[in-house]
Unconditional design. Sequence first.
Length: 351
Amino acid sequence: MRKTFIVFLTLLMALLTIGMGTKVEVEKKKEYKEYIVWPPPPWEPKIEFLYSITTPDDFQIKKGFFRRLWEFIAGESRERFIIKPFGVFADDNGRLYVTDTADQSVHVFDTKDNKYFVIEGVNKKYRFTSPISVAVDKDGDIFVSDSVLRRVYIFNENGKFLREIGGDNLMERPTGIAIDKASGTLYVVDSLASKLLVYSLDGKYIKTMGEYGDGNGQFNRPTFIALGGDGNLYVSDTMNVRIQILDKNGKFITKFGRRGNSAGEMANPRGIALDSNGHIYVTDTLFEAVQIFDKSGQALLTFGMTGTKNGEFSIPAGISISSDDKIYVADSYNMRVQVFRYIKTGKDEKK
């Protein structure tokens, strides 16, 4: 008994030392903040780099002392590094969800409740194979597409499995997903079938939008989808190298984009998201940058370039923009999520 107490006391002191060391490191890290903006001075900045996320510590999520002590003794910690982020979603409640195709999981960072957990699949035996996109409904339920398992899986806000949508004969390769909270509608991009599938949130099939082709409202290996504040759907029509805008019923509105290597042109458009002013952000995995367009398709700004430094990318994929205009980009091969901010000016507010 005395020997056990001594071991416990030793571990306690060790963790206290580690905790103090970590605090000092964090405080030192805050002393210097690299200021990176686009466009660069002397132009007025519109996008600012904030920070990168690879672990919960990067998101200022700290475990309580006794929780860390227990995990250290029992070896139960599920905390891990992001390995290959692909899809990303920031909700309105301080949570960030990141699909990880290499770790075959979804990382959930909850800044409001100061917690972090991982969703690995339905259960320990039935795990994700290729989780691609993630979205959340008005009740906080988490929807995750798996392109190999051909399903969208639904979990409650704590990561408990609830149900699934789709199946081997219903979806070929589900990738991007978007949820219309007002109508309770789920939009699923089926990349291999080159179409959009529409379901109610309880799994009832509603209809299919589009088909293979290069005409208006047709698709060639689309990947991601975003729902705008105007209620329209914004789709990365990847192999047609363009963005298509449809109304919520699937009626074609407009399109923009073409293959090329100049500003406003595209090579491999993937992630898509809109800020509070309706600007359209598109990641390009070959250009390794993010381009910003207005709704007419006019190029406004490009930020990022190939590299490993802050503000640089290696195969950027998913993108999500929170209601306060923070921009989250899955920087896949740099094993991180980079966070930026859209800087509004008085002129932007009037738009």
